[in-house]
Write a protein that binds this ligand. Structure first.
Ligand code: F0G
Length: 459
């Protein structure tokens, strides 16, 4: 059969609410033209993030009832620890309430002022946690993989030559660890090959540096390896994921993605001394080492989610959904980052709206119009997120790209929802030249895209 179906049937439904364009116009104005300010009741299809927004399986809900809420030594932790150990092979398993808590603990222990942390592309919270320690976060993507529309199987790969240069430039003692994000979320959800990870491992071995993975989307990455990397076609994605983890010395995982949970994270490593220091910090900020900021029932749901997420039927459906949505966008004349990532489609607003200059926020204009047209919420990744105000009222410094990310929550929407989103994109694209830019009315000093207030520019 040609159609890749959703590999599940529906047992519980959550109604979503249609609104009129008039209602959405009022809601968006009240939110200051910032989609983060919308209440979810006013959103029909919510593609803001794939983090913590997925549906749990009946087995996960059953596991929740098994949750052991003992403060110390809960059996839920033993079940969670066993699954994470089987998957990653790491000796020390430290639960946290989400991914950034693991980053905060790890970097507090490893990164000092002036240290340099290489990554393929740091996710925002990863970068922020490195910089909070006074460290320098270096993104090392190969130059040939930076073009948005060029097809390549593993555009998330870390540039090993650039890594060698960074180590030579700053000295080995200024590089406390090397990190690789799988898949590369901020780089468009692009995967990293096994071959590249082996090369990075070899560089780390030569210099005696620890390698840590930011493995939020490890299962999607494993699926891309099975599908795209030479010689990997006959393997089970779990087997590939297990090999990937075993190339590293440790990892942190936001379990709100491929943990198939609504909350949760984990920090894992082999170094016993580092683990002891991290656990001490965990007790200060998260909780006792057998629950780390989570309820016992969350740990049980995550143990089950980590078991389900590497199923080939699930991953085939998952990755095909993003690919299908990207095809609908291209058919409507809206370019996207190519190839589509595992978890999201990134619309190229710079190409679609050449009449709106970066400082008038073309990607934000597109995100707003997708909402006004069809109640679809995505997120701007462009000058609103990365631009900086300039002195004397000069236009904001532009971001490298002007993208709208449409992230797909796991197991949540059906193909007809995706078809609908495609129709909304096509409707907006047909009126592209009518779209106007926006002006920032007020903004906070840090992470302005979450709370900035905007207004549309006059037509
Ligand atoms: N690393 C990556 C690659 C991520 O994508 C995220 C979160 C984190 C770390 C932080 O994890 O949210 O559990 O604290 N990404 C979400 C997103 C928020 O929308 O892409 P967290």
């Amino acid at each position: 059969m040609r159609t890749i179906i959703e590999p599940f049937r529906v047992k519980t439904v959550e109604p979503i609410r249609s609104t009129t364009r008039e209602q959405r116009v009022a809601a968006l104005a009240a939110a200051g033209y910032n989609v983060f300010g919308l209440t979810s009741d006013d959103v029909l299809i919510d593609l803001l993030t794939d983090s913590g927004t997925g549906a749990m399986s009946s087995e996960q809900w059953s596991a929740m009832m098994r949750g052991d809420e003992s403060y110390a030594g809960a059996s839920s932790f033993r079940r969670f620890e066993a699954v994470v150990k089987e998957l990653t092979g790491f000796e020390h398993i430290i639960p946290t309430h989400q991914g950034r808590a693991a980053e905060k603990i790890l970097f507090t222990e490893l990164v000092n002022a002036g240290d340099v942390v290489p990554n393929n592309t740091h996710f925002d919270t990863t970068r922020a946690n490195v910089e909070h320690q006074g460290g320098i976060a270096r993104d090392l993507i190969k130059p040939e993989h930076q073009a948005l529309h060029v097809e390549a199987p593993f555009k998330g790969e870390l540039d090993v030559a650039a890594l060698e240069e960074v180590i030579a430039e700053h000295g080995r003692e200024r590089v406390p660890l090397v990190t690789v994000t799988v898949t590369d979320n901020s780089g468009g959800g692009q995967p990293v090959s096994l071959a590249n990870l082996r090369e990075v491992r070899a560089v780390c071995d030569r210099h005696g540096l620890p390698l840590f993975l930011d493995a939020a989307r490890f299962a999607e990455n494993a699926w891309f390896i099975v599908k795209r990397e030479e010689g990997q076609q006959d393997r089970h994605p779990r087997d590939v994921a297990r090999e990937v983890f075993r190339l590293a010395d440790g990892c942190w995982i936001s379990l709100k993605k491929d943990g198939l949970g609504n909350i949760g994270g984990v920090l894992a490593m082999n170094d016993a001394d580092l683990a002891e220091r991290c656990r001490a910090m965990l007790i200060l900020t998260e909780g006792f080492p057998t629950y780390g900021g989570l309820a016992g029932r969350d740990l049980d749901a995550l143990a089950q989610g980590l078991t389900e997420v590497t199923e080939p039927d699930y991953l085939a459906y998952r990755v095909r959904t993003a690919e299908y949505l990207a095809e609908l966008a291209w058919d409507a004349g809206v370019p996207t980052v190519r190839p589509p990532g595992g978890h999201a489609v990134y619309l190229d607003a710079k190409e679609l709206l050449p009449h709106i200059p970066p400082h008038e926020l073309p990607a934000q204009a597109l995100a707003c119009e997708l909402y006004l047209t069809g109640g679809v919420r995505g997120v701007e990744i462009g000058t609103l997120m990365f631009g900086r105000p300039q002195p004397d009222g000069a236009p904001d410094s532009p971001a490298r790209h002007e993208l709208v990310r449409l992230a797909l929550p796991r197991r949540t929407y059906t193909q007809s929802h995706v078809d609908y989103v495609g129709e909304v994109i096509a409707d907006v694209a047909a009126r592209a030249e009518e779209l106007r830019g926006l002006r920032i009315v007020s903004q906070p000093r840090w992470l302005r895209h979450f709370t900035a207030q905007l207004e549309p520019l006059p037509g």
